[in-house]
Write a protein that binds this ligand. Structure first.
Ligand code: SAM
Length: 204
């Protein structure tokens, strides 16, 4: 009997726990919350980092205007097939790492994004990789853009503080496990900064 997608997720968690961060996909309550916090508009470019087997991706697509685009970037090769099976014209599935976000966007003819959603577990991946991803996200966001990260722990706040400031926070109890949802807004005219590994930041 073929594996069903949720079982694929559990199997992959057993192989790569730090990369997945949780053993079960997000609940529909968490999906709705992150989509609402993203605020999806017409003609926008939306990025999803760590879509997994695609529950969050489908939730974003349900609210996505017909003229908008969603680029889903997933590291795990076993999740690419279920993601591509979603088969929506607005969706581009990219197999790769969020650490290469600028190159990925350029490859798809894009320069910036209005919203970046992320399920990447910043508390379990190496700090240098996490900071590199946050730098890419911040550089990619258009003025007024939103970065929405759903997390088990607050490590992402610490990693992002010097670059993005403090986020708005919500807590989703109806998820296994319950998760924090953080949202940063990149104000128009925000200075570009460069992350120094595990330290402060310098403005450029
Ligand atoms: C907690 S799961 C979230 C899955 C799904 N979005 C959900 O909410 O059910 C984290 C996902 O991030 C992916 N991931 C981890 N590091 C990544 C990276 N550097 N680039 C892209 N995806 C990554 C993992 O493979 C996994 O699919």
């Amino acid at each position: 009997m073929p594996l069903t997608p949720p079982i694929t997720f559990l199997r992959e968690f057993l192989h790569r726990p730090a990369e997945l961060g949780t053993f079960i996909p997000s609940s529909r309550f968490l999906e709705s919350r992150i989509v609402r916090l993203g605020g999806l508009g017409e003609d926008s470019v939306i990025i999803e980092l760590g879509p997994g087997i695609g529950g969050t991706t489908r939730a974003i697509l349900r609210e996505l205007p017909s003229t908008a685009r969603l680029i889903a970037v997933e590291l795990n090769p076993d999740f690419i097939r279920p993601l591509r099976a979603i088969g929506d014209d607005r969706l581009t599935v990219h197999h790769g790492s969020a650490e290469d976000l600028p190159e990925i966007l350029a490859q798809h003819g894009l320069a910036s994004a209005e919203v970046v959603f992320s399920g990447i577990p910043f508390s379990t991946i190496p700090a240098a990789a996490g900071q590199s991803i946050l730098q890419c996200v911040w550089n990619t966001l258009a003025p007024g853009g939103r970065f929405v990260a759903y997390q088990l722990r607050s490590r992402v706040k610490q990693l992002a503080r010097g670059l993005m400031g403090d986020p708005d926070e919500e807590f989703e109890l109806l998820n296994i496990p319950p998760l924090w949802v953080y949202r940063w807004v990149k104000e128009a005219g925000a200075a570009s900064k460069v992350v120094q590994p595990e330290e402060g930041l310098i403005a450029v």
